[in-house]
Design a protein around this ligand. Structure first.
Ligand code: NAD
Ligand code: WQD
Length: 338
């Protein structure tokens, strides 16, 4: 298939682009580089062993989006593009609603005009709101912050569009906590500023960019008191997209929802200790107050994806830490070193 990957220069998009190429698909990337750097493209091309067409523009620009669809005949779209920082979304809700909903409107309008019927959408465990433990896809969706609401709303918008045109095939993939990096250590997660998320923060402590990890609370109702999450290796997540895309070519369902997670929970301290094993020494940490809005426990029930996609996670938490550490060591300042 010829696939448009929106946000293909980003963390999850870049790893997925590579697996799509390896699975024999033709890939075209669109990204405005608002949260990624052009340097990733050269690295991707080196790994893919081929040129990758990239269109650097904002999907909110409907004319440019239209022109792209008019000049390339796509079979499917994988839509990663979006803003994703929970805290920032509370500060700048309008930016989040405008960017995340607007980019989806622009893409889906162009798809409809040009007869592109398959879309894989990046959703999130955040749509389960405060009810994220052992989540199955039939749970009610709601959110606790503007970022989360953009995902709930985009899911609903896509469902409504699919009711109006039953020839469409949409996959809503609800990711749990993506971490890790490509085994080469040449592409990985590259947060700008102070990382919001646990794994990149630990990696920056390990490489000496941060003094210590702040553990946000150790008085949760969990085995060691720290928050429990379902970490999924970005390579397993990327494989889930390839499987979902292939499933869309044969399903009768207009909208398919799949959780992408391992089904296992890991605490903050367990992840820290796994990272210490990868690095070979202890890492400094301090327990501080809980972070507002955090849930105690989040993990997927991935049975539906296991059954319907023939997909499951294959990489352990130790693999996730080893691969993150290789990326961080080789690129202490991310793509700024490129
Ligand atoms: P990322 O920020 O690394 O990648 C997103 C990419 O989209 C960036 O390269 C950015 O420049 C681009 N982009 C944003 N708005 C755009 C626009 N209007 N036009 C063109 N390009 C635009 O994020 P990621 O971690 O790779 O996440 C990808 C998707 O998965 C996002 O939709 C995110 O909400 C979702 N998601 C991420 C996580 C996670 O923890 N990383 C978890 C669940 C869901
Ligand atoms: C994991 C655990 C923290 C940082 C977020 C979004 C979610 C999804 C994935 C997009 C929690 C603790 C963290 C630190 C810590 N994104 N922690 N010290 O919050 O589960 O999910 O990213 O859809 O929507 O909310 O991930 O990595 O931020 O936190 O103790 O410096 O680590 O309290 O228990 P989270 P995270």
């Amino acid at each position: 298939m010829k696939i448009l990957v929106s946000g293909g220069a980003g963390y999850i998009g870049s790893h997925t682009v590579l697996q799509l190429v390896q699975a024999g698909h033709d890939v075209v990337i669109v990204d405005n580089f608002s949260n990624s750097q052009p340097a990733v493209i050269g690295r991707l091309e080196a790994l893919a062993g081929r040129h990758l067409p990239v269109h650097a523009f904002d999907l909110l620009d409907e004319d440019k989006t239209e022109h792209l669809f008019a000049t390339e005949g796509f079979d499917a779209v994988i839509h990663f593009a979006g803003l994703k920082a929970v805290g920032e979304s509370v500060e700048k809700p309008l930016d989040y609603y405008e960017n995340n909903l607007g980019s989806t409107f622009s893409l889906v309008r162009a798809m409809r005009r040009h007869g592109v019927d398959k879309l894989v959408f990046s959703s999130s465990a955040t749509v389960y709101g405060t009810d994220q433990a052992g989540a199955t896809e039939d749970r009610p969706t709601f959110a606790t912050n503007p970022y989360g609401w953009t995902k709930v709303m985009q899911e609903q918008i896509l469902r409504d569009i699919a009711v109006a045109d039953p020839t469409l095939r949409f996959a809503l993939l609800r990711y749990f906590n993506p971490v890790g990096a490509h085994a080469s250590g040449t592409i990985g997660e590259n947060p700008s500023g102070i990382p919001n998320n646990l794994m990149p923060f630990i990696a920056q402590v390990a490489v000496g960019r941060r003094e210590r990890l702040n553990v946000f609370g150790d008085d949760y109702d969990t085995p060691d008191g720290t928050g429990v999450r379902d970490y999924i290796h970005v390579e397993d997540l990327a494989a889930g997209h390839v499987a979902a895309l292939e499933a869309l070519t044969s399903t009768e369902e207009p909208v398919s929802v799949w959780n992408l997670g391992s089904g296992r929970g890991t605490s903050v301290l367990e992840l820290l200790h796994a990272f210490e094993r990868a690095v070979g020494h202890e890492l400094p940490y301090e327990v501080v107050a809980r972070r507002p809005g955090d849930v105690a426990v989040s993990y997927a029930d991935p049975a539906k994806a296991n059954r319907e996609l023939g997909w499951q996670t294959t990489r352990s938490v130790d693999d996730m830490c080893a691969d993150t550490w290789r990326w961080q060591q080789q690129n202490p300042n991310g793509y700024d070193d490129a």
